[in-house]
Design a protein around this ligand. Structure first.
Ligand SMILES: [Zn+2]
Length: 263
């Protein structure tokens, strides 16, 4: 089960892993906390945008071979200008939800599906969107309640990303990389590096399914990532990164279900 904050987060962070596991015959379930109704788009934020983004999510899920899509139905908390929690968020914003109650709801789906594995986010919520931080909290607790054996925190290895961006900055001094310096996770804490190059076609199709998020403001993951210069794309497309807290730091595992050799 792959738990994400908004439609389109799956495309960037876990799409290759989802396509791989589906191809291996696993039942893959995609859960979102919100319909992303405060994302960027030509549509006004609200119900119509939420419905459009859920339609995009279903298209993405079909591309990746998902068996089921679940929306927990919380309100998209949005992002304040410059980051942080927006003042004008909806009443049912995910960030304001009782984490225990939300975890119970996610745990019910985990139990119903007898899930072997749950993905959440790193504690920083990747680039710091409040709903992503909440995914980390709620996901971790839900796995405890449902006794889900494996929890992987989906992240990006910021080291090669920053190296690449610094290189690119030599030629494009206007490139602002500050947003990436504290984002996601350093390589030393990452335990799983999943090679997904074989599923690049599905991953690209998943991204393309979220057409509404490819333009406009730069605060959303997809918007941010689409600004990454071309050569770095291959890097981001080729590998997906996870942190599993109950295996030794520095484990270099290659598959979501792989555990380190004993001893
Ligand atoms: Zn998101």
């Amino acid at each position: 089960m792959f738990f994400h904050a908004h439609p389109d987060d799956e495309a960037l962070l876990t799409a290759g892993t989802m396509a791989m596991l589906a191809a291996e015959g696993h039942r893959v379930v995609l859960v979102v906390a919100t319909s992303g109704e405060r994302g960027q788009a030509d549509l006004e934020p609200g119900e119509a945008l939420g419905a459009a983004r859920m339609a995009e999510l279903y298209a993405s899920a079909a591309t990746l071979g998902c068996a089921r899509v679940v929306n927990l139905g919380y309100g998209d908390s949005g992002l304040a200008p410059g980051g942080g929690i927006a003042d004008d968020r909806p009443d049912n914003a995910f960030i304001d939800a009782d984490a225990e109650e939300a975890a119970q709801r996610l745990a019910a789906v985990l139990t119903e599906e007898k899930a072997d594995l749950l993905t959440t986010y790193d504690p920083a919520g990747g680039y710091g969107h409040p709903d992503h931080v909440q995914v980390h909290r709620v996901g971790g607790r839900a796995a405890e309640i449902a006794k889900t054996p494996i929890v992987l925190e989906a992240t990006v290895n910021r080291d090669p990303l920053l190296r690449g961006l610094r290189l690119v900055r030599r030629f494009y001094p206007q490139l602002d990389i500050r947003a990436f310096e504290r984002a996601y996770s350093p390589g030393e804490v990452i335990t799983h590096r999943v090679g997904v190059r074989r599923f690049a076609r599905q991953k690209r199709a998943s991204m393309a399914a979220h057409a509404s998020q490819a333009t406009g403001a730069d605060t959303r993951t997809l918007g941010v990532m689409l600004k990454i210069p071309q050569p770095l794309y291959r890097l981001v497309f080729g590998t997906e990164w996870y942190v599993r807290r109950d295996v030794p730091l520095g484990s270099r595992l290659r598959h979501p279900f792989e555990t380190p050799p004993r001893g």
